[in-house]
Design a protein around this ligand. Structure first.
Ligand code: AMP
Ligand code: ZN
Length: 115
């Protein structure tokens, strides 16, 4: 996708602060962190959001999950914990139309997800 900012990050056309990378997945620090630790975990395949996953893409979710665990260990929050959020569609406020998972951590978060 030509004008997708995350595809540009994957291609190296826009710099990013990489946390984890493998063949299918990239994780990098959010440019505008909402919590002390805020990592974005994305598939390298351009999929707009969760509703656009086709059955043939479902295996990507396994890879996302494996990457979430690796990132959590890498940033040292596997014990203290973290919150994982994926915005999908207009009501969620999704801004970047390339599916991504926000791993938020590094502080005690309130019980409410929306704030
Ligand atoms: P969302 O609102 O779920 O679409 O979240 C998009 C996220 O991408 C926001 O938290 C932004 O701060 C983040 N973001 C946008 N551009 C960049 C970039 N070039 N590098 C890192 N994070 C970015
Ligand atoms: Zn993209």
């Amino acid at each position: 996708m030509e004008d997708c900012v995350f595809c540009k990050i994957i291609k190296g056309e826009i710099p990013s602060d990489k946390v984890y990378e493998d063949e299918d997945i990239l994780a990098f620090n959010d440019i505008n962190p909402a919590t002390p630790i805020h990592v974005l975990i994305i598939p390298k395949k351009h999929i707009e959001n969760l509703m656009e996953f086709k059955p043939e893409d479902y295996k990507i979710m396994e890879k996302i999950l494996a990457a979430v665990q690796k990132v959590a260990k890498k940033v040292g929050v596997e014990e203290k914990g973290f919150r994982l959020i994926a915005n999908c569609g207009p009501d969620s406020g999704q801004e970047v139309m390339h599916v991504h998972f926000h791993l938020l951590a590094g502080e005690k978060m309130g019980p409410k997800i929306v704030h």
